[in-house]
Design a protein around this ligand. Structure first.
Ligand SMILES: Cc1cc2nc3c(=O)[nH]c(=O)nc-3n(C[C@H](O)[C@H](O)[C@H](O)COP(=O)(O)OP(=O)(O)OC[C@H]3O[C@@H](n4cnc5c(N)ncnc54)[C@H](O)[C@@H]3O)c2cc1C
Length: 388
């Protein structure tokens, strides 16, 4: 890309905000366009569990770099801190013990702290948690969770401080193609914005925008309900760390010491999804889905913890909320140049586990736009799908 050329980033979630920040920091003339406000979509509802543990090396590397960027936000933005390092605990059964051990060893080699714990060591480290079927636990003491809304907004403000233009409450109606190149976008009020490159970081709305230039990707949208458990003064006693259980297919974390957030987990956190967990709750229109969570849904989530964390059964159920996952067929993100339209890049399909990697994905996408191919992004290329 030539110096001084204009880039439009569509969507100010964690990924788009980070792309805009890194482009602006590199001196690129960039405009970030967001239909609501930064973190107004799924990023703002993210549980934002942070961990380096992934079975896929590229995801681990992006997660490690993502944490570094989140940790450095006080220097970058003058705001924060946004990371709570309470540690991340995982458990799995016999079926995944060998692959998890191997991944943990690899991740240690990449510089992250990750301990493998025997069932007994897990029992010692997690009083109140039952051992049933646990063959192995992993403990990542440097990780935990982030304030997703605060961190995304801080990155967007840091982008603005470095010269990015941010257009909030501004809907991109369609992309504009000129011959085989991207020409820019047209806003809902009819304004045409020209650009040499467009980065589509529109989460669940990505597919809709692609169709405006005759492109498609096999992305679909799922509703993801969160139970909010009342645990005033004892959230960290009942759930002392960020938690993910491969056996019971659930995850949780305290939010300060007031509540515990809990959800079901289908394997996206390792880059491999449990097929038996199914893919319910498809959403046709991301502008029209049930954002509230019925008590019966929260009870269903809570029931998955009944054996492992019996103390959770005594907690009150507050109104829950649901966000959207933009899913790809292989649960891996879809990041790269879109074949068919030069200058159009996509960074979407984060499949329910893209907050922790988002800051690093933004950094890599900014380099992709300015410098060309980035090896770490190769496995996520849109061209892996026939429809692209
Ligand atoms: C309830 C929940 C819990 C989660 N928990 C975790 C977790 O523990 N750990 C983790 O790593 N990940 C988690 N995730 C996933 C993670 O939040 C997402 O993968 C990540 O936030 C996606 O970020 P994004 O920037 O790609 O997209 P989004 O956050 O979807 O942002 C896209 C933005 O584009 C804007 N936009 C769309 N269309 C247009 C348009 N036409 N014009 C202008 N703007 C537009 C939207 O308003 C939105 O703000 C969770 C997600 C949910 C919903």
């Amino acid at each position: 890309m030539r110096t001084g050329s204009d880039v439009i980033v569509v969507g100010a979630g964690i990924v788009g905000s980070s792309v805009a920040y890194h482009l602006a920091a590199a001196g690129v003339n960039v405009t970030l366009v967001e239909q609501t406000h930064p973190a107004g979509g799924p990023s703002g509802k993210s549980s934002a569990l942070l961990h380096a543990f992934y079975l896929m090396p590229e995801l681990s590397q992006l997660a490690i770099r993502g944490r570094e960027i989140l940790i450095s936000l006080p220097e970058i933005s003058g705001e924060g801190p946004f990371v709570t390092e309470i540690g991340m605990m995982w458990v799995c059964g016999n079926d995944n013990e060998a692959s998890w051990k191997a991944a943990a060893e690899r991740i240690r080699g990449e510089g992250a702290l990750i301990e493998t714990l025997s069932p007994q060591a897990f029992a010692d480290a997690a009083p109140g948690f039952a051992l049933d079927n646990v063959a192995l636990a992993l403990w990542e003491p440097e990780y935990g969770y982030a304030d997703a809304f605060g961190a995304t907004n801080a990155i967007a403000r840091a982008a603005k401080a470095r010269g990015a233009r941010i257009k909030q409450n501004t809907l991109v109606e369609r992309l504009v193609k000129e011959d085989d190149r991207i020409g820019g976008v047209v806003l809902a009020d009819g304004t045409a914005m020209k650009a040499d490159a467009v980065v589509l970081a529109a989460g669940p709305w990505t597919r809709r925008l692609l169709t405006t230039v005759g492109l498609d990707l096999p992305l679909h949208v799922e509703r993801h309900p969160m139970a909010v458990l009342d645990a005033a003064g004892k959230a960290r006693q009942v759930m002392p760390f960020a938690w993910c259980d491969d056996i019971s297919c659930n995850y949780a974390r305290p939010d300060n010491d007031g509540v515990i957030l809990a959800g079901t987990w289908a394997g996206g956190g390792t880059g491999v999804r449990h097929e038996q967990a199914g893919r319910p709750r498809f959403v046709d229109n991301p502008d029209d889905y049930m954002e509230g969570v019925e008590e019966a849904e929260s009870v269903k989530i809570l029931e998955t913890f009944a054996t492992r964390v019996p103390a959770m059964a005594d907690l009150g159920i507050r109104p829950g909320y649901a966000g959207l996952y933009d899913m790809s067929p292989d649960d891996l993100p879809v990041i790269g140049a879109m074949p068919g339209v030069d200058g159009l890049f996509v960074a979407a399909g984060s499949s329910g586990h893209g907050f922790k990697t988002g800051p690093a994905v933004g950094e890599a996408v900014a380099r992709l736009v300015t410098e060309g191919a980035q090896p770490i992004l190769v496995p996520f290329s849109p061209s892996r799908f026939k429809a692209a």
